[in-house]
Design a protein around this ligand. Structure first.
Ligand SMILES: CC(C)(COP(=O)(O)OP(=O)(O)OC[C@H]1O[C@@H](n2cnc3c(N)ncnc32)[C@H](O)[C@@H]1OP(=O)(O)O)[C@@H](O)C(=O)NCCC(=O)NCCS
Length: 407
């Protein structure tokens, strides 16, 4: 195999789609392929060619993503696939290495991705930065506590999703910087979110409800609902929640109440942030059946630019020895000096206080991964007693990170 790497031209899109379908073993309906194409930045794609044959692909989306302290540019790595005939011959490694050097030369200081399998990206310096809580809530036991916020001025309006897009866009943009991991959705991204062709309706048609008062919208929920009845003719429908965003706690509670109260629905399923206030709204938190899954992986492509780009929960002054075989420009000692409103990170000749693989910094970057736990797992060391805890506390953040939508 003689491998060459270059961006994939838009005219080569049919080859890209066939590769994607082969790698993932699925069939992409034509309108989904078109949405995928419109969400692709071809200039930021990278194809691996064996002669003329496209055998591997990846791309970067230019995201604006919230991190602790506010939104920053993040390289959203996506569309990773290798033709089955060429797997396990180093194609992905070649693509990842080139992508990092391209990003280092003129792109974002951090990269993020959603992984199809959790074992793939750690070797390239990605750390598991955000978890999704996959929940299944039987509606029968989903009673709220008496302290659930309420506002008599609020009312619900059932809308057709296509008619309320401007409401969704405004609410989502307004809450974007409240949670690390949330990212701005482009018009093409919203087109994909709201697509509701026959082949999108495996979990039922897309439905939506808006919470509003006389001043205007304060939140919305977007979901799919599928009616069914069990063998005793008891309603057993599922409501699959997609988005639930609100400007304030009362609207948030009302929207959750609504999705839990829909007629003929026996259970609601969703992937939520690990600290979803719903956990505290439920009188019986055990009503919520949950399991964890990795949601976002983060990679510091340029440590010196990435660490000052976020804010810190407490002042910290620590020399970090970074281990990074894939991006050697990161390897070495860096002094991170941060207050709660500014931060600096510079190369340092001082002895290291803590030693970390770059993946540990990626895992902690969004504030949801305590470094002490990584130390207990053998992923971090300290030479100055207490230094790791200082860094861990400074990097921690509330609320928990979560992106809410695969890019
Ligand atoms: C995952 C995928 C991109 C890997 O591509 P690849 O070209 O086979 O990967 P490489 O040959 O460069 O592998 C590099 C290393 O990662 C390991 N690796 C790669 N994919 C792996 C997987 N799915 N599980 C375990 N290890 C994996 C390889 O064994 C190799 O390890 P080594 O360096 O110790 O030998 C490819 O198998 C694929 O397209 N899978 C289906 C689609 C998919 O899941 N894409 C990822 C979307 S996030």
């Amino acid at each position: 195999m003689s491998l060459s790497l270059r961006p994939v031209a838009e005219t080569e899109w049919p080859d890209w789609i066939s590769l994607d379908e082969e790698a993932f073993g699925n069939a992409i309906p034509p309108h989904r392929a078109e949405l995928y194409r419109r969400n692709t930045e071809f200039g930021r794609s990278l194809g691996a060619f064996d002669g003329d044959l496209l055998v591997g692909v990846t791309a970067v989306c230019s995201l604006t993503m919230a991190v602790p302290g506010g939104p920053i540019p993040v390289g959203g790595v996506t569309a990773v696939g290798v033709l089955p005939s060429h797997r396990r011959r180093g194609v992905l490694s070649a693509l990842m290495t080139r992508q990092f050097s391209d990003l280092h030369e003129g792109g974002e200081a951090v990269a993020a991705l959603h992984a199809s399998e959790a074992v793939i990206y750690g070797r390239y310096g990605y750390g598991r930065a955000a978890d999704g809580l996959s929940v299944r809530i039987p509606t029968a036991g989903a009673v709220f506590t008496r302290h659930a916020p309420a506002d008599p001025a609020l009312r619900l309006r059932v809308v057709r999703p296509a008619d309320a897009r401007d409401v969704f866009e405004r609410v989502h943009a307004a809450v974007l910087d409240r949670r690390p991991g949330l990212y701005a959705r482009t018009p093409a991204r919203w087109d994909a979110v709201l697509s509701d062709e026959d082949s999108d309706r495996g979990e039922g048609a897309l439905r939506a409800v808006v919470a509003e008062d006389d001043e205007g919208p304060r939140g919305y929920a977007l979901f799919r609902m599928k009616a069914s009845w069990d063998e005793h003719d008891v309603p057993d429908g599922e409501l699959r929640l997609r988005d639930l965003f609100a400007l304030d706690p009362a609207a948030y509670a009302l929207l959750w109440r609504h999705v839990l109260d829909r007629d003929l629905v026996s259970h609601v399923t969703a992937v939520r942030p690990g600290d979803d206030p719903l956990i505290h709204l439920l009188a019986d938190p055990r009503a919520l059946r949950a399991r964890w899954a990795d949601e976002l992986w983060f990679r510091l492509v340029h440590v010196g630019r990435a660490l000052p780009a976020r804010r810190y929960s407490a002042p910290v002054d620590v020399v970090i020895e970074v281990e990074d075989a894939t991006c050697p420009w990161n390897a070495g000692r860096w002094r991170l000096t941060a207050g709660t409103s500014d931060a600096r990170c510079e190369p340092s000749a001082d002895p290291a206080d803590v030693t970390l693989p770059v993946s540990a910094l990626g895992a902690a970057y969004l504030g949801g991964r305590p470094l002490e736990a990584l130390r207990a797992a053998g992923l971090a060391r300290e030479s100055r007693p207490g230094a790791l805890r200082e860094l861990s506390v400074a990097m921690s953040w509330e609320p928990a990170p979560w992106s809410g939508l695969i890019f």
